[in-house]
Design a protein around this ligand. Structure first.
Ligand SMILES: [Ca+2]
Ligand SMILES: [Ca+2]
Ligand SMILES: [Ca+2]
Length: 224
């Protein structure tokens, strides 16, 4: 016995009444209009808040927002996307590890995604922040587990990731020991009380006294 096609429709009533091809004018128009509106609305949510949190003007924020929405229409950048975008700037090396640390530094609320606010608040510090704010941001970047101390292990990971990112094309003579030497130098200068970790106070004091350290540590050159 063949199974009958299941049908609850009464037989003999002719073709099932199809949905009348209604011209769905009101709904469709409403939806389109809404879509169009939101795509030209290019206005970050909480604009007033962002104006207070950053040193950007309203116009700058709107323009940054347009760019942000163009790159990420969803309004959120996950780590993979961030790595892809960032790696384009370092085609000769492997920027993925450094991009991971950068992502964590931008992701202020630590929820695994960068929203426009995360992005623009970080950018404002890097571009227009005070020296103190910039150093705080850099310290936070180096403090991988965000416990308030930079350890040698953390600094070594950061240094390695920077060397990876720069690639061997730009540094053909780099030895494997270079990152470790860099870390030793960093700690000689930074760890003022010699307890094996660098606090923000130590970091701040050293950076403010030693201008060279900024460039030798490549604190900002690689960030954006
Ligand atoms: Ca976030
Ligand atoms: Ca730490
Ligand atoms: Ca110390």
């Amino acid at each position: 016995v063949m199974a009958q096609p299941c049908s609850d429709l009464p037989r003999g009533a002719g073709p099932a009444p199809a949905q009348p091809p209604r011209p769905e004018t009101p709904n469709a128009d409403g939806g389109d209009a809404e879509l169009e509106l939101s795509s030209i609305r290019h206005q970050p949510e909480g604009l007033e808040q962002l104006l207070a949190q950053t040193k950007f003007t309203k116009k700058e924020l709107q323009s940054l927002y347009r760019g942000f929405k163009n790159e990420c229409p969803s309004g959120l950048v996950d780590e993979e996307t961030f790595k892809l975008i960032y790696s384009q700037f370092f085609p000769q090396g492997d920027a993925s590890t450094y991009a991971h640390f950068l992502f964590d530094a931008f992701d202020a609320d630590r929820n695994g995604a960068l929203c426009f606010q995360d992005f623009v608040v970080g950018l404002s510090i890097l571009l227009r922040g005070t020296v103190h704010q910039k150093l705080k941001w850099a310290f936070n970047l180096y403090d991988i587990n965000k416990d308030g101390y930079i350890t040698k292990e953390e600094m070594l990971e950061i240094m390695k990731s920077i060397y990876d990112m720069m690639g061997h094309c730009t540094h053909p003579t780099l030895r494997d020991s270079a990152p470790a030497e860099h870390v030793e130098l960093f700690f000689q200068k930074m760890d003022r009380n010699g307890d094996g970790v660098v606090t923000f106070e130590e970091f701040l004091e050293t950076c403010q006294k030693d201008k060279d350290i900024m460039s030798s540590m490549q604190i900002f050159e690689n960030v954006i």
